[in-house]
Design a protein around this ligand. Sequence first.
Ligand SMILES: O=C(O)C(=O)C[C@H](O)[C@H](O)COP(=O)(O)O
Length: 205
Amino acid sequence: MREILTLAPVIPVLAFDNPDHAVPMARAMVRGGLRVLEVTLRTPTALDSIKRIAAEVPDAIVGAGTVLDGKQLQQAIDAGSKFLVSPGVTDELLDAAAKTKVPLLPGIATASEAMKLASRGITTMKFFPAEQIGGAKLLQALGAPLPHLRFCPTGGINLQNAPTYLALPNVLCVGGSWVAPADAFAAQDWARMEKLASEAASLKK
Ligand SMILES: O=C(O)C(=O)C[C@H](O)[C@H](O)COP(=O)(O)O
């Protein structure tokens, strides 16, 4: 998981209502410099969108977000996901993930949750929902007793507050939906999303 999270400073979190948008959107992100893409399973077309990106955009590394249980984990893998993201963690999810080589990025919000994952051998986690639970200050404080853990903060992050997270030694990259705003989707304005991606890609880790 760490290898994937060090490929770009930002992972776009994408929700597709129309699977026809998946390939042009993924191409816009890759042109902008963001190769690692998280497609959330929140919409019914998500698995189809992942399949299309995996088949048609070879430079993208597409993963599934909002993976909530073992069944979704398997469906996401079958669709071609190269990584899996969950907002939280359950034993069911960890057991299912232990049986596959596709890496899981489970979410945590507290020291106890992080320690539980570390006890299962997972040292790379999503920090969610980052801004709402205490932001970069909380993540920095968690880094003092847990310096061996690495995080991808997600939730409420944008171009303005991303640098504060990226400056922390325990942050590998950040995730966010700001590079894919709803109005740009509605207008199918891929050029605007490419520009948002390229601004995000130029953030320094
Ligand atoms: O869908 C998931 O698996 C999640 O965990 C939630 C997303 O990562 C956040 O909703 C993105 O946050 P925003 O950038 O604030 O929109």
